[in-house]
Design a protein around this ligand. Structure first.
Ligand SMILES: O=C(CO)COP(=O)(O)O
Ligand SMILES: O=C[C@H](O)COP(=O)(O)O
Ligand SMILES: [Zn+2]
Ligand SMILES: [Zn+2]
Length: 342
């Protein structure tokens, strides 16, 4: 099966009432781990590459790894997504390369750090929607900035997504999916204790979903940072401070309210690091990379499988035939940017 568009994958998730994990990759073992997990659970899946990943691996390597994934696992629908595109040029280069979905993150300026104003965000996101939908590619936008209420992450300014502004943003840009800021942040250090409703604003998701029932919502910074994985790292010489991530049951609550894409990167990093530390601890004389990359791949696969089961995507790989990019482009042309969600 060729790469599918994220729009179709998320429309199907919406019909089925489940969420789809979007896992970040930088190398072969991560792509393999995710595909093995998808195959073992019969799950459709989103694989995403950040600009940093594209630079690290050279994006042609990543793209061809993804094509290999579709050849080796012909029954698994896979969308290839640009994570946190920092400007229209980055999104365009991803589209030209063959990505079937892009995120234009106009919540931040092109430096990827400075919070941007609303009009800038609308302008760059709209530009990407025009160019992407023309060729059938899906677009995710972001409104509000990631970062904790607890720690004033990033610039120190906390800006959770305003539901009314989200309606205006979606109407003016035509995005397929919207990343919302509800108090999560990237990385391992999200919360200093189990998050309650004071720091994880799940109510915003419910409100946005009521106002925008046809827009797929995206949760970034959604690693759960399981204590078992942190403990393995620390047991074998690592130094990860006590920390909490986003509990899986909160994500499941989000899925009941329109969350269709759940971004997970850190949990795979933790799993791989723990497995590698453990392997070296058990045989300090080993030096064949396969000796430590194989358990790392296995540990990542287990985390991904657990998320696929929990998000509900497991079992849904065979539900539909993929639409081509041309067919999707045709739909946007006929129906306008805002497609109805089946
Ligand atoms: O949001 C993410 C990628 O865009 C990943 O979030 P985590 O750091 O919580 O895994
Ligand atoms: O956006 C955050 C993802 O975890 C990707 O991280 P990265 O930019 O270090 O590749
Ligand atoms: Zn962002
Ligand atoms: Zn993110």
């Amino acid at each position: 099966m060729p790469l599918v568009t994220m729009r179709q994958l998320l429309d199907e998730a919406s019909k089925g009432g489940y969420g789809v994990g979007a896992f970040n990759v930088n190398n072969l073992e991560q792509v393999q781990a995710i595909m093995m997990a998808a195959s073992e659970t019969n799950s459709p899946v989103i694989i995403q590459a950040s600009s940093g990943a594209r630079k690290y691996a050279n994006d042609r390597f990543l793209y061809h790894l993804m094509l290999a994934a579709t050849e080796v696992y012909p029954d698994i629908p896979v969308a290839l997504h640009q994570d946190h595109g920092n400007g229209p040029a980055t999104c365009k280069s991803a589209i030209d390369l063959g990505f079937t979905s892009v995120m234009m993150d106009g919540s931040l300026e092109e430096d990827g750090k400075t919070p941007a104003d609303f009009e800038y965000n609308v302008r760059v996101t709209r530009e990407v929607v025009e160019m992407a939908h023309e060729v059938g590619v899906t677009v995710e936008g972001e409104l509000g900035t990631l970062g904790g209420i607890e720690d004033g992450h990033g610039s120190g300014e906390v800006s959770l997504t305003d539901p009314d502004q989200a309606v205006e943003f979606v109407e003016r840009t035509g995005v397929d999916a919207l990343a919302v800021a509800i108090g999560t942040s990237h990385g391992a250090y999200k919360f200093t204790k189990e998050p309650d409703r004071e720091v994880l604003a799940m109510n915003i998701i419910e409100e946005i979903n009521q106002k925008l029932p046809n827009t797929h919502l995206v949760m970034h910074g959604s690693s759960s940072v399981p204590k078992e994985l942190v403990d393995i790292i620390n047991e074998y010489g690592g130094e990860i401070r006590p920390t909490w991530g986003v509990p899986v049951h909160e994500i499941q609550e989000g899925i009941k309210h329109g969350v269709r894409k759940i971004n997970v990167d850190t949990d795979l990093r933790l799993a791989a690091t723990g497995a590698i530390r453990k392997a070296f601890n058990e045989d300090p004389g080993a030096f064949d990379p396969r000796f430590y990359l194989k358990p790392a791949r296995e540990a990542m696969k287990e985390v991904v499988k657990a998320r696929m089961e929990a998000f509900g995507q497991a079992g849904h790989a065979g539900d539909y035939e993929p639409l081509t990019l041309e067919e999707m482009a045709e739909r946007y042309k006929k129906e306008g940017h805002q497609l109805t969600t089946g």
